[in-house]
Design a protein around this ligand. Structure first.
Ligand SMILES: Cc1cc2nc3c(=O)[nH]c(=O)nc-3n(C[C@H](O)[C@H](O)[C@H](O)COP(=O)(O)OP(=O)(O)OC[C@H]3O[C@@H](n4cnc5c(N)ncnc54)[C@H](O)[C@@H]3O)c2cc1C
Ligand code: FES
Length: 294
């Protein structure tokens, strides 16, 4: 099963509308792009390319955390951590600065899947999932929102999450490993304790560190729940060309690719690997070999 590839991408000139601290070293960035840029769906990403002179040659992938139409512009929001050369340079951009945005890229969450929507966020994964909660509310569907971190300081934007979910009929469940806020334990343990009280089938949409996503995938596979996981990889092109963002396919996903025939295999390269940028970044739990995901 693969997630929904919704629209085609293009590259546009963008301007910084706002950039501010979001706490715990994270940044909130808003970029204005032309209104005819296709509105990304939750789970999709864009490539951000800095104007020259830039310390990095390649664009950097970033999940879209908000998309709001404003007259002749579309404003895209991002929650990010300045971790290296490119993202630190991004953090220096002032309102009015220009850069390039390519997107929307990849497959978003299939929010139309029937069942109880359970959104599971770890750390900065909260941002795209709040966008998903907004999209579900527009379909008049509530969600169970499970938000976890090691400790309460790392529940980034918790107050914002609480306020937005309250307005949209979503139920927030918080977990910290050290018990400093909410349930003591990780999001999978919290999910396990919540699941008996939720109407089936469960459709999990998750974003966070790969270790957390692997644990959710294993839980979903063992409990016959559907789970859609937003993965990351170091990327160059973001469009399926460079074959530089491989993730290990499960045996069943590999066999599906092989069954499509020699032409498909030639087009898609080594059937052992999915490309994070075009086959994902949102993958269903059955699609990847979680023992080999790093
Ligand atoms: C689909 C997708 C969505 C993403 N969404 C977000 C987001 O919403 N917010 C956010 O803060 N970051 C996000 N990232 C990660 C972000 O792209 C990287 O942090 C960024 O590319 C690092 O660039 P840099 O030049 O600052 O770091 P570099 O100087 O290139 O590298 C610094 C360190 O970060 C590591 N790194 C680089 N890329 C990644 C990656 N993709 N995953 C893990 N480690 C990486 C490098 O190995 C190195 O150790 C996303 C990545 C992908 C693939
Ligand atoms: S980043 Fe080039 S194929 Fe995925």
């Amino acid at each position: 099963m693969s997630a929904t590839l919704t629209r085609t991408w293009r590259q546009v000139a963008a301007r910084v509308r706002e950039q501010r601290d979001y706490g715990e070293g994270f940044r909130w960035l808003e970029l204005d792009v032309p209104a005819d840029f296709a509105a990304p769906v939750p789970g999709q990403f864009v490539q951000l390319l800095l104007d020259p002179p830039s310390p990095v040659l390649l664009p950097r992938p970033m999940s879209v955390a908000a998309a709001v139409k404003r007259g002749s512009r579309l404003t895209l929001g991002f929650l990010y951590a300045p971790v290296g050369t490119g993202t630190r340079a991004l953090a220096q951009l002032e309102p009015g600065a220009s850069l390039w945005v390519t997107g929307p890229l990849g497959c978003g969450y299939p929010l139309e899947r029937p069942g109880t929507a359970v959104l599971v966020a770890g750390g900065r994964g909260v941002a795209p999932l709040l966008m998903a909660a907004d999209a579900l509310a527009r379909q008049r569907r509530a969600c169970e929102f499970v938000f976890g971190a090691r400790t309460r300081a790392l529940l980034i934007g918790l107050a914002d999450a609480r306020e937005r979910l309250a307005k949209r009929g979503g139920r927030l469940h918080v977990a910290t490993d050290d018990g400093s806020r909410g349930f003591r334990g990780d999001v999978v343990q919290l999910l396990d304790s919540l699941a008996p009280g939720l109407a089936k089938p469960l459709v999990i949409h998750a974003c966070g560190p790969h270790g957390m996503l692997g644990a959710i995938a294993r839980w979903a596979l063992a409990n016959r729940a559907e789970a859609w996981l937003a993965m990351e990889s170091v990327m160059a092109c973001g469009t399926g060309v460079c074959r530089g963002c491989p993730l290990p396919r499960s045996a069943e996903a590999r066999d599906r690719v092989i069954a499509r025939g020699a032409d498909a295999a030639a087009l898609q390269g080594n059937p052992e690997f999915a490309m994070c940028c075009t086959d994902g970044p949102v993958f269903e739990a059955h699609d990847l070999d979680w023992d080999r995901v790093e």
